[in-house]
Structure formats: structure tokens, C-alpha cells
Design a protein around this ligand. Structure first.
Ligand SMILES: Cc1cc2nc3c(=O)[nH]c(=O)nc-3n(C[C@H](O)[C@H](O)[C@H](O)COP(=O)(O)OP(=O)(O)OC[C@H]3O[C@@H](n4cnc5c(N)ncnc54)[C@H](O)[C@@H]3O)c2cc1C
Length: 559
């Protein structure tokens, strides 16, 4: 049941803030598992189930910067020439699962399993290897569309570099080169995402309120334990108050969730007092929890682009959809006939590798030493500041694990380089990821770019291009040239997480292992914010897994 007006009655058993990736999955499972409970999802954006730009895989990216996007940016990043970095987030039913680039990530990694995340429950991987999910709501397939030139990538990498072909990359060891599954429905060839795959499975006890922004969670002290705060409901932007009889579940994402926590008086004392004053209220501190909004971690993205030869049978690439009206019309007609074409195209071919496989000569000692320096110096990682940082220590430990990739290379068709960054997207929360503020990150990115160039110069790939278009072989030759290129062009691949981390409170944690916010009795966070250490994969699969696990815990506790 979907509506755009505050519903009556104004009391629900569970109120879920954010109808995004995790929010819709959680809502559906609670609706199925607690048939007598009433559940409300409140989503700031509209429902857009029939929007081609969301549904058609080849139109991925066309919604960024538009009406379904919060259009956040970082503050100027000193190590990236003071550029502000575009930070899109879905503002639509489905959240960022409606906007993302459809890479369906590994679910078998032991590290992510430590979060207790049952990812197979989310998945039906058609044609996947044994062990793949077979009955989950989200469909995954290897894309039926592969532009011809991409077929030369796997032999180039596996013949010239110590990187094996790995068709089974989702099951625990992703190291290798592979075609990667994408979350696409194999029948309609539409994006499979939380709004069109989970929500239709919910029962009549789930209500959905769209186009409605929550401005805070409300609390009162718990009668028998006054040091704990009981979440009583939420306040909407128009001032309406809705009551939650059991729990408020924050699923507003890695940026929205910490922002809402701070608006509700939960966060570092300094921030929360400022927020309270800005709202012209009394300084507001419900729970002093300095970890809220800290520990922001993302995956950096830098690109090298090559212009293809047009005399080796590759045909036009996906860019021609934007430049050649006749070609675009022909491709659209193919899609309408149910045939493979460029409107299906997504990521393509991927490499996941550790440093030893990427650095020329295989010696990763220099990078490991730099990483140790960052951990000992306590700079540039989780929790922020100079205290002992458990997140950084965990990452250092993972550097020694050869099944944990440190590098991903996506070989994709079509230009996605620096020219795509919008000049002035609106941004409200202050986002400061301190990108590249340590030498390890910079040295690592330079090694990856040099590796990409070595791949491009190897056969059969080498015969397929005429020019390194960006940055250009003549312009960038030395390590210092590469550093300059990195500072000028680094973007992110849009995977923020960790801003309400599941860690001990003394280590900057915000939620406990049951996902309950410290200092509260019944406020949970269920989204990418809780992942304490950046994962070596695209995160949406893990986010669905977190929602599935949270639903299991909440249903078990309710009974
Ligand atoms: C451009 C892009 C490409 C990506 N590509 C991939 C990919 O290919 N593969 C992959 O695995 N991951 C990808 N990701 C990342 C992945 O999609 C996200 O990590 C994941 O979807 C986050 O899920 P979430 O539930 O934490 O947040 P979201 O899905 O963002 O959900 C949060 C929801 O809360 C709503 N909300 C926020 N604040 C409020 C409020 N105050 N009131 C009401 N509602 C509110 C939002 O509108 C949103 O719907 C990509 C991300 C982006 C931006």
C-alpha cells in the first residue's frame, strides 16, 4: 500500500526510515515474518517503477545528478587539488539500488561473512555455479551483451599477468579475471532492485509513504533504565509525528543515517550541539556517541581511456548511443524485440587482485611498509584521529591475505572518465572523506594505473586501440606525472560505508552486534553505515545480506 500523505492511524509497530536497498528488503521480510505486525516504510523520494532510466541496464548512470539523486558532494579535498567530489545517492523508492551500476558482488568472502550476513537469501543467480542463491528476490546473471572488444581482455590478462581466469568469483576467492554477474532480471532484462524485486513479495501489513522526508527520531528515557533512550517514533518534514510501538529502524544509507542520528541528538557532543543550535532549539544531546558520521570509507576510482580502432571489426561502442541517433534507434528496437544489444550493456569484465599481482616484479614490500606507517601513525582511516584504530589494524591484517583483493579493474565499454563530474551538484551534509591523505593510498593508485597501462600494451588487447586517450602516453610517463594525474582526476566508485560502524563503543562504534544504537533500547541501523571496514567488493550484495540478517534477528526477538 503506497501513499504520499501521512497515514492514519499514526501508530505502527515498526517504522523504517528509508525505502532504499536495505530498507525495502528489511520491510518485506518483516512483513512476511511478522504477519500481525504493522510496518511503515518512509521514503524521501518517489516511486519510479516504470522509469526506463532506472530499469534499462544500458541507461545506467543516466539518473546521476537528476531528480532521483540526492546530489551530494564532498567538501573540497586538499589532496585532490581542492576538488569537491560528486557523491550520488538514490532518492527514490529503491534508493541507491535504483541508481547503481548493477555489479552483483561476491557473497562468499569469509570477511563479509563475519558480519553474519546471509547473502544467498537475497539472490537468484540464473546460470550461477553450485552454491549460488536459487530463490532470493534479486536476480543475477552474466550479461548477455558483451561488446566484441571486451572479449580480448580476459586472454590479455590471464596470458601476460599472474591473474587466472576465475569464473567462480562470488564463492569466496574473487582473485582473477572474469565476466561478473549483474543484477538483471533474465526475462525482462530490466534492473532487478529492492523496489521491484522485494516489495511485491510483502503482505498487506506493509505501508509505504513516498515523497516524505523524516527529520528526526524521537526519544524518551526508558522507565526502568533511564540511562537508555526509547525511540518512540519519528517526526516528518511537515511536523507530523508518527509513533513506533516497537522499533525505529534507520535505513537511510551511509550519509542519511548519520545525518539523521545527529539531527536526533545522537553523535559527537560538538556536532550535536551545533545541530541543535542551528535548529534554534536548546543544545541537544541525547547520546554522546562520537563515532557517528566518522569512519567514512569509499573506493577510489581513477581511469585510463583508450580510443578503439575502427578497422578490426569491433563496430560502434556504447558511446554511439549518445552520438548516433540511427544506431540508438536500431539498438532500442533490438531491446523491444528481446534481443541482446547495447541497451543491456553494464560493467563487462573485471579483475580482482592483490598487490603482488599488480606491482611490476611482484614485490609489494614498499606498499606494505607504507600501509604499516599509516596504521602506526593512526592517520587516514577509521574512527579518525590518532588513537589506536581497530579498523586500520584489520585492514593491515587483510593486506597479508592473498584472497582479499586490494585492487579492482573494470574493463568497460564507453567513456566514463573525469568529464562526467557535474560542476555544481547541491549538497547538504558536510562530507569530508579526506581522500588520498596518506602516502599508501597515493602510491597504491599510481601502481594500479601503471598496471592498467601494462595490460593495455599487451596482446591481443594492444592491437585493438589506436590511442591512449586519457591521460595520454606522451603526457604521463614518470611516477610524478601519474601523481599529478591522480590528484586531478580521482573520483570514487560511490561505495561509502562505515559511518555508523558496528564496533565496540570504545573503538568509535555506533551500533552493537544486534545493530542497536548504543545508549538506546530500540533504535537500529540497517544499511551500509554499519560495515566497519571497507569491503573488497561492490557492496550492494552485502547490504541486502545485512537486511536479511537484521530481519531474522528482529523476527526472532519479536516472537
Ligand atoms: C552511482 C552508484 C553506482 C554504484 N554501483 C554499484 C554496483 O554496481 N554494485 C554494488 O554492489 N554497489 C554499487 N553502488 C553502491 C550500492 O548501491 C550502495 O552501497 C547500496 O545501495 C547502499 O544501500 P543502503 O541501503 O545503505 O542505502 P540506500 O539504498 O541509499 O537507501 C537509503 C534510502 O533512504 C532514503 N532516505 C535518506 N534519508 C532519508 C530521510 N531523512 N527520510 C526519508 N528517507 C530517507 C533515501 O532516499 C534512500 O532511498 C553504487 C552506488 C552508486 C551511487
Amino acid at each position: 500500500q503506497e501513499s504520499q500523505r501521512p497515514p492514519k492511524p499514526r501508530e505502527y509497530d515498526y517504522i523504517i526510515v528509508g525505502g532504499g536497498t536495505a530498507g525495502n528488503a528489511l520491510a518485506t521480510r518483516l512483513s512476511q515474518g511478522l504477519k500481525r505486525a504493522s510496518i511503515l516504510v518512509i521514503e524521501a523520494g518517489p516511486s519510479a517503477l516504470h522509469e526506463d532510466r532506472i530499469n534499462v541496464p544500458g541507461l545506467k548512470g543516466s539518473t546521476l545528478g537528476g531528480k532521483y539523486d540526492w546530489n551530494f558532494t564532498t567538501i573540497p579535498q586538499p589532496h585532490l587539488k581542492n576538488r569537491t567530489i560528486f557523491t550520488p545517492r538514490g532518492r527514490v523508492l529503491g534508493g541507491t539500488s535504483a541508481l547503481n551500476l548493477l555489479t552483483w558482488g561476491p557473497r562468499g568472502s569469509g570477511r563479509i561473512r563475519q558480519l553474519g550476513s546471509p547473502m544467498e537469501k537475497a539472490e537468484t543467480y540464473v546460470g550461477g555455479p553450485p552454491g549460488s542463491g536459487a530463490s532470493g528476490p534479486i536476480d543475477a546473471v552474466i550479461n548477455r551483451m558483451l561488446p566484441t572488444h571486451q572479449k580480448s581482455f580476459i586472454p590479455t590478462v590471464s596470458q601476460h599477468f599472474p591473474i587466472p581466469f576465475n569464473p567462480d568469483s562470488l564463492q569466496g576467492n574473487p582473485i582473477g579475471v572474469m565476466y561478473h554477474p549483474e543484477n538483471i532480471n533474465p526475462t525482462s532484462y530490466n534492473r532487478s532492485y529492492s523496489a521491484n524485486a522485494y516489495l511485491p513479495l510483502a503482505g498487506p501489513n506493509l505501508a509505504i509513504l513516498t515523497n516524505t522526508q523524516v527529520t528526526k527520531t524521537n526519544f524518551r528515557p526508558l522507565d526502568k533504565k533511564p540511562h537508555l533512550h526509547l525511540a518512540t517514533g519519528v517526526t516528518l518534514a511537515d511536523g507530523t509525528t508518527l509513533t513506533a510501538r516497537h522499533q525505529v529502524l534507520l535505513c537511510a544509507g551511509a550519509i542519511g543515517t548519520p545525518q539523521l542520528l545527529e539531527l536526533s541528538g545522537i553523535g559527537g557532543r560538538r556536532h550535536v550541539v551545533v545541530v541543535g543550535q542551528q535548529q534554534q532549539q536548546q543544545p541537544l544531546v541525547v547520546v554522546d556517541l562520537p563515532g557517528v558520521g566518522e569512519n567514512y570509507q569509499d573506493h577510489l576510482r581513477v581511469q585510463v581511456s583508450y580510443r578503439l580502432r575502427d578497422d578490426v571489426g569491433f563496430g560502434p561502442g556504447g558511446d554511439a548511443l549518445n552520438t548516433n541517433v540511427t544506431f540508438a534507434a536500431e539498438e532500442w528496437a533490438k531491446r523491444k524485440r528481446g534481443e541482446a544489444g547495447f541497451y543491456d550493456d553494464t560493467g563487462g569484465v573485471y579483475v580482482f587482485a592483490d598487490w603482488k599481482r599488480v606491482v611490476a616484479g611482484g614485490d609489494d614490500g614498499g606498499l606494505v611498509r607504507l600501509a604499516k606507517g599509516v596504521v602506526v601513525g593512526g592517520k587516514g582511516g577509521g574512527g579518525g584521529g590518532s588513537r589506536d584504530d581497530v579498523g586500520l589494524r584489520k585492514k593491515l591484517e587483510m593486506l597479508g591475505d592473498e584472497t582479499v583483493p586490494q585492487v579492482e579493474i573494470i574493463y568497460s565499454d564507453g567513456y566514463t572518465g573525469r568529464a562526467h563530474q557535474p560542476a555544481d551538484p547541491l549538497g547538504k551534509p558536510v562530507i569530508d572523506p579526506r581522500f588520498l591523505d596518506n602516502e599508501y593510498d597515493m602510491a597504491g593508485v599510481v601502481e594500479i594505473l601503471k598496471f592498467c597501462r601494462r595490460i593495455a600494451r599487451s596482446e591481443p588487447l594492444r592491437s585493438g586501440w589506436v590511442e591512449e586517450y586519457e591521460p595520454g602516453e606522451a603526457l604521463v610517463q614518470t611516477d610524478e606525472d601519474w601523481r599529478e594525474y591522480v590528484r586531478s582526476t580521482t573520483l570514487t566508485v560511490f561505495h561509502p560505508m562505515g559511518t555508523a560502524a558496528m564496533l565496540p563503543r570504545k573503538d568509535g562504534g555506533v551500533v552493537d552486534p544486534k545493530l542497536i544504537v548504543y545508549g538506546t533500547a530500540n533504535l537500529r541501523v540497517v544499511d551500509a553505515s554499519i560495515i566497519p571496514v571497507q569491503i573488497s567488493a561492490h557492496p550492494q550484495t552485502a547490504v541486502y545480506g545485512i537486511a536479511e540478517r537484521a530481519a531474522e534477528m528482529i523476527i526472532a526477538a519479536h516472537r
